[in-house]
Design a protein around this ligand. Structure first.
Ligand code: ZN
Length: 430
């Protein structure tokens, strides 16, 4: 029993552009009149609300950055009187001031609607039981999944992260059909289900991964251990409501994003010029309906690319690629731009390798940079294969990224794993 309850009702790309222009005009006017800081930024760029006449005028708007949010601590860029704020969330930043975001009731309602849309895109029904294994609290994660699940009408099981004992017990006792977690935790859970021999006793069909980019190899491993039908990526950031800002459909060829609620641009992080459709750039977002803290050309530091053409599912919602890294994860090695995801792709395509890896960068006595990639062997592969595997992987790196790296193959399970975000690059060069 599937219904179309949360999808947008625009029928054509022209209607979408019209909706976006109205939203952009509303946002610039709202920010200009509601926030002194926005008014100052816009004035400096010579923009007045009435000067936004077409979507091309977006390019005239100044960028907003994480620094604008941190500098305005505790309630940066708020564009409504504080008595209209019903909730705050904060980002998980580890240094300096946290980025605090303020929500009106309408913002919370819009977020719930968009999150429910994610579950609809993943083809859940009200019969689904959703084990929410992400963090609750000041972060947007747990609260967003919970809101969206209830709005959608499925059964929410708010377990929180970690605690594999309880996760496994609930998978069996409650017959959860969906688990929402980070990909790293998904892998730990899959390994635990396997270790306890529970595969036949659970009813898990789908997994939804938030907050961390999952590697192809990790996904293949989870699919094998849990026999699930679908794995989805759910992008989002606290600055823009939270997670739930899009989802890949069951065809898994890119993430449909909610273009009726925000405009997504990609720019070259060095020149700040827009990158063409299909080319990698930094995601820049402009909200179209957000009241508490509207975003105008907010630089997310996430890398992705816009995908051209229609999706086989027929949805009119445009798509972007999975997140391809952070602008600050980009490694510049001997003049070549490398993203950890490049290495991940190579590992996924090499038989006999597991899914965990680490990249270490060093500067040699000769002043040159050296890269060592440590990668785990797959579980059922003999150590005698190490040399062959390492040679193949080295050749692949040379072939596809055009750099030389030393490849060390180690035993399955010997690299560190974490329930949150796994650190894959260690740069010792400075
Ligand atoms: Zn689709």
């Amino acid at each position: 029993m599937r219904q179309n309850r949360f999808m947008p009702d625009f029928g054509s790309q022209a209607q979408l552009r019209d909706l976006q222009l109205k939203g952009l005009q509303w946002t610039v006017n709202h920010a200009y009149n509601g926030s002194a800081l926005y008014r100052e930024k816009l004035s400096q760029a010579n923009v007045r609300p009435e000067s936004i006449r077409s979507l091309d005028d977006l390019r005239r708007l100044p960028f907003t950055t994480a620094d604008d949010l941190r500098d305005g601590y505790p309630f940066p860029l708020v564009s409504v009187p504080l008595d209209r704020i019903v909730r705050i969330h904060a980002s998980s930043g580890t240094t300096g001031n946290k980025k605090v975001l303020c929500y009106t009731q309408k913002d919370i309602d819009d977020w719930a609607h968009l999150f429910a849309r994610c579950f609809e895109m993943a083809q859940l029904t009200r019969e689904d039981r959703v084990q929410i294994a992400v963090g609750y609290g000041l972060w947007t994660a747990g609260a967003g999944f919970q809101l969206g699940c209830e709005k959608f009408g499925a059964m929410a099981i708010p377990v929180g992260p970690g605690n594999m004992e309880m996760q496994c017990r609930f998978l069996v006792d409650f017959q959860s059909t969906v688990v929402c977690c980070t990909a790293s935790m998904g892998l730990l859970l899959a390994e635990e289900v396997n270790r306890r021999g529970l595969k036949e006793r659970i009813n898990l069909k789908k997994m939804i991964f938030g907050s961390e980019r999952s590697s192809q190899a990790m996904r293949a491993r989870m699919r094998e251990l849990l026999a699930i039908e679908h794995m989805f990526d759910i992008p989002g950031m606290t600055e823009l409501y939270g997670p739930g800002m899009g989802l890949d459909c069951v065809h898994h060829c890119g993430i449909h994003y909610w273009a009726d609620y925000y405009i997504l641009e990609t720019i070259d992080p060095q020149t700040l010029q827009p990158t063409p459709e299909g080319e990698i750039g930094e995601m820049v977002v402009t909200s179209l309906r957000k009241e508490g803290v509207p975003l105008i050309r907010y630089r997310t530091r996430d890398l992705t690319r816009l995908l051209p053409g229609p999706c086989p599912c027929g949805s009119a919602l445009p798509r972007h690629d999975r997140l391809l890294g952070r602008t600050d994860d980009m490694i510049i090695f001997r003049g070549v731009n490398i993203y950890p995801r490049h290495i991940d792709r190579i590992i996924s395509g090499t038989q006999g390798l597991g899914c965990e890896f680490q990249i270490v960068l060093d500067r040699g006595k000769d002043g040159r940079d050296y890269m060592t990639v440590t990668v785990e062997r797959d579980q059922n592969v003999e150590a005698s294969q190490n040399e062959t595997l390492s040679r193949n992987m080295g050749a692949q790196i040379k072939h596809s990224i055009l750099v030389s790296a030393e490849v060390r193959v180690v035993d399955y399970g010997s690299l560190p794993r974490s329930e949150g975000k796994t650190k894959r690059v260690i740069d010792n060069r400075d």
